[in-house]
Design a protein around this ligand. Structure first.
Ligand code: PEP
Ligand code: MN
Length: 346
């Protein structure tokens, strides 16, 4: 249930509504809203409590009460109809801007990471990605450089000015990763690791939440709710492909997720065409499709020498292909009336 206050509702009226909400056994979340205050009721809704809608609607200063039948509340579009924008230094995620996050799958060495950072920045990327803690299918595969990887990312940020996003896989690493990262990534495999979601929910730092390959959009949104209910509202979602019967690509990019999530939620939705494709040749067309569908940005794997990559080489774009992709995206963004930082002139 969401209570929408009148434009001219006073602070006293808002407080009186919050008191009534708490009396009924809910927690109230007030969206500071640009136009008018919207108050979301947090807690389990039973039939009797749902009947309180009429009571709330009659309180002074209340314009109307909207029932949200979905189990998520803070994530719901009605809670923040103006849309969420996340600010990371000079970078904005959401609100009509396209954010391009690029970098290697794994941080492998200072040279590899710095070279990639320089090249993606020159191509027009807004943020650098790279895994220091890697979730690998095989325990014998490269697991990431851990703390050393975080230090390399910080070095790349110091040199290029690009904010960094990197994955945190375990509760015990959250503090360490948060010390270095500008944004924490929760990987697809951990989308339903609820304790980890709660832990990053207690940080004051943006979170990039990737969709689990076997998760419905509703499960994805509930995972974001787990983070937000702990107090951290800086959540960006990332569609990265789901498991289907189709095996010509690594996963099937669920393009539908973009307009559906835009309809259901106010959170920004990014698309990762790299992990869904699994092969570099499909990355650019999927990236273009994502932007056309309304995505707020992209997460693209780029490697200066894909053949030598320690993880996900086959799906990594070479820097020159990435540069061409950003130029295409910039042209398409312009046609769609969206903003994107343009790659520097040749
Ligand atoms: C990644 O972004 O490097 C990654 C491991 O992605 P996902 O969690 O989507 O598989
Ligand atoms: Mn990867």
């Amino acid at each position: 249930m969401v209570i929408i206050m009148e434009l001219e509702a006073t602070a006293a009226e808002v407080n009186a509504v919050i008191e009534e909400i708490e009396k009924a056994g809910f927690r109230a979340f007030v969206n500071p809203g640009v136009e008018r205050k919207v108050i979301a009721l947090l807690g389990a809704m039973d039939i009797q409590k749902a009947q309180l809608a009429d009571h709330f609607a009659a309180l002074p200063g209340v314009e109307r009460v909207t029932r949200i039948s979905a189990p998520y509340k803070l994530v719901a579009h009605a809670t923040r109809p103006e849309g969420t924008q996340i600010q990371i230094g000079d970078v904005t995620i959401g609100g009509g801007t396209l954010t391009i996050i690029a970098g290697p799958c794994s941080v492998e060495s200072p040279e590899q990471t710095l070279e990639t950072a320089r090249l993606i920045k020159a191509a027009g990327a807004n943020m650098l990605r790279g895994g220091a803690f890697k979730p690998r299918t095989s325990p014998y595969s490269f697991q990431g450089l851990g703390k050393q990887g975080l230090e390399i990312l910080a070095e790349a940020r110091a040199e290029t000015g690009l904010p960094i996003v990197t994955e945190v896989m375990d509760i015990e690493d959250v503090e360490l990763v948060a010390e270095y990262a500008d944004m924490l990534q929760i990987g697809a495999r951990n989308m339903q690791n609820y304790r980890l979601l709660q832990r990053v929910g207690r940080l004051n730092k943006p979170v990039l939440l990737k969709r689990g390959p076997g998760s419905r959009i509703q499960d994805f949104l509930m995972a974001a709710e787990y983070i937000m209910v702990e107090g951290n509202h800086q959540v960006a979602l990332c569609e990265r492909g789901i498991t289907t019967f189709e095996d010509a690509t690594r996963y099937t990019l669920d393009i539908s997720a973009v307009p559906v999530i835009k309809h259901l939620s106010h959170l920004p939705i990014l698309v990762d065409p790299s992990h869904s494709a699994g092969e570099w040749r499909y990355v650019a067309p999927l990236a273009m499709a994502a932007i056309a569908a309304g995505a707020d940005g992209l997460l693209v794997e780029v490697h200066p020498n894909p053949a030598a990559a320690l993880s996900d080489g086959p799906q990594a774009l070479k820097p020159e292909r990435f540069r061409a992709l950003v130029a295409d995206i910039a042209r398409m963004a312009k046609a769609l009336g969206r903003t994107v930082s343009l790659p520097p002139e040749e």
